[in-house]
Structures are given as structure tokens and as C-alpha cells.
Ligand binder design. Structure first.
Ligand code: NDP
Length: 246
């Protein structure tokens, strides 16, 4: 039996990047998977296909993380398809890198709506179903704790808020054995943070390992936190950042 057999995981923003890596890994560990996305219909279908070809079960649902109705409907569809929901991974997130003085209110609202309000929305909807012993895993960022580069002040603020939300919620759900943890990636090569553009060099310089990480590095940590051996880990911020915050 695999680690996550008979479990169902809901991963937001998982048509590509870190979310897709998490979805594939949790499926490989035996979980049924529901992923959400906004625009990437074809990419999401590819993630589902890859999981199914590997012998797993997955569905993809179009649901903007900032839209409470769409997220609630996606969670209900997940529960009706797989018979329950055990693991929530709040992965959907975005950054609009630029000097803070140049950021528009609309841009700041968008970052807050997806990265923070979206986490609140999905977590409330999921907690209607997550049983005792379940898992809430947020994908924060190493910049939620320390900041080494300019251009991400508003983004870092949302990730710092996700850190404290994690800690606060762990106190409420602990009596039910539901763990709440915050996985904080450092530079991981994705569309959001390409390993080869002008923003990459300072991020590499800030790591101890002098390189970008891979989505699988994050997925491995999420899989451990989702699994049965992590039942005594809650309210914590687990950083997978190549030593950026060392
Ligand atoms: P990408 O931009 O590469 O991928 C984002 C994914 O989320 C896509 O599948 C996208 O699909 C989906 N998505 C975007 N907006 C929404 C939305 N409003 N609702 C639902 N889905 C959405 O990002 P990463 O994989 O790099 O980042 C994933 C998470 O990891 C984010 O929370 C990010 O802040 C965090 N992180 C990333 C780091 C990195 O270096 N890459 C470092 C630290 C943290 P679609 O376009 O179809 O909507």
C-alpha cells in the first residue's frame, strides 16, 4: 500500500509549475488528485493524463483561487467524485515583480486576492470536508521570512501573512489531529520564476547551493508533510530554498 492510498488531495493552481509537481508526486504516493487552474485548460489536461497513465486518478477543474463560488464548487466536485477530501494544498499564487512605488492598487489587490484571500477561501471550503487527521499545506515562500532582493515587497507581505495564518490555524485544528503547515520554497524554476532571466542571477547568488531548485524538491517535502509520518508536525514553516535563508 502506498503512503497516501485512499486519500484525496486538492491542489490549487496545478496546471504547471510547483503545483503540477505536487499533484504528480501525491498521485504517485497513492492519492486521488483534484487540481485547479484558470487559463491552462490544455496544460491541466496534460497533468491529469500523466497521472492517469501512471495508474492514478485525477480531475482538473477551472476555478480562480480568488473566486469563492468557483473554489467552493471545485471542492464539492472533488468530494462527489472521490468520496471525500483529506489533504488541501494551497499552492496557487502569483507575483508582480516591480519597485513598490510603481505598483498599482489593482496589482496589489490581485496579489493579495490570490496569495492570501485565496488561501482563506479554499481552506474554509475544504474544512467542511477534511476529517480528523487531515492535512492543510500552504505554499508560502522563503521571502515570507527573509527578503534578499528588491521588487517583491507586496508579494513578501502576502507570504508572511500565509506564515502567520498557518501558525494561527494550527492552534484551532490541532485538537482534531489536522495539521497545518507552510512549505516555503526558494528559487524554483517555473514560469513564475524562470531560472534564466534577469531576476535569476541575484537569487542564485543568495542561495548556499548556488543554483535553482526543481519542482520535485518542493513536492517531496509536501508529500512528507501530507503523509502519516508527519502527524506530529504542525504550525511550522518548512523552508526548501537551497539555503537562501541560511
Ligand atoms: P507558476 O506561475 O509557474 O504556476 C502557477 C500555477 O497556478 C499555474 O498552474 C496557474 O495556472 C495557476 N494559477 C495562477 N493563478 C491562479 C488563480 N488565480 N487561480 C487558480 N490557479 C491559478 O507558479 P509557481 O509554480 O512558480 O508557484 C506556485 C506557488 O509557489 C505560488 O504560491 C508561488 O508564490 C510559490 N513560490 C514559488 C517560487 C518559485 O521560485 N517558483 C518560490 C517561492 C514560492 P493557470 O495559468 O492556468 O491559472
Amino acid at each position: 500500500m502506498s503512503n497516501l492510498s485512499n486519500k484525496t488531495a486538492f491542489v490549487t493552481g496545478a496546471s504547471r509549475g510547483i503545483g503540477a509537481g505536487i499533484a504528480r508526486r501525491l498521485a504517485a504516493d497513492g492519492a486521488n488528485i483534484a487540481i485547479t487552474y484558470t487559463r491552462g485548460v490544455e496544460a491541466a489536461a496534460q497533468v491529469v493524463k500523466a497521472i492517469e497513465q501512471a495508474g492514478g486518478k485525477a480531475i482538473a477543474i477551472q476555478a480562480d483561487a480568488a473566486d469563492p463560488q468557483a473554489v467552493a464548487a471545485a471542492i464539492e466536485k472533488t468530494v462527489s467524485t472521490f468520496g471525500g477530501l483529506d489533504i488541501l494544498v494551497n499552492n496557487a499564487g502569483t507575483a508582480i515583480p516591480k519597485p513598490f512605488v510603481d505598483a498599482t492598487l489593482e496589482e496589489m489587490d490581485r496579489v493579495v486576492d490570490i496569495n492570501l484571500r485565496g488561501v482563506f477561501i479554499a481552506t474554509q471550503a475544504a474544512l467542511k470536508h477534511i476529517p480528523d487527521g487531515g492535512r492543510v499545506i500552504n505554499i508560502g515562500s522563503c521571502v515570507g521570512e527573509r527578503m534578499g532582493t528588491p521588487g517583491l515587497a507586496a508579494y513578501a507581505a502576502t507570504k508572511g501573512a500565509v506564515k502567520m495564518f498557518t501558525q494561527g490555524l494550527s492552534r484551532e485544528l490541532g485538537p482534531r489531529g489536522i495539521t497545518v503547515n507552510n512549505v516555503q520554497p526558494g528559487p524554483i524554476g517555473t514560469d513564475l520564476n524562470p531560472a534564466n532571466d534577469e531576476w535569476a542571477a541575484p537569487q542564485i547568488a543568495n542561495t548556499a547551493l548556488k543554483r535553482y531548485g526543481h519542482v520535485d524538491d518542493v513536492a517531496a517535502l509536501v508529500a512528507f508533510v501530507a503523509g502519516p509520518e508527519a502527524g506530529y508536525i504542525t504550525g511550522t514553516n518548512l523552508t526548501v530554498d537551497g539555503g537562501t535563508n541560511a
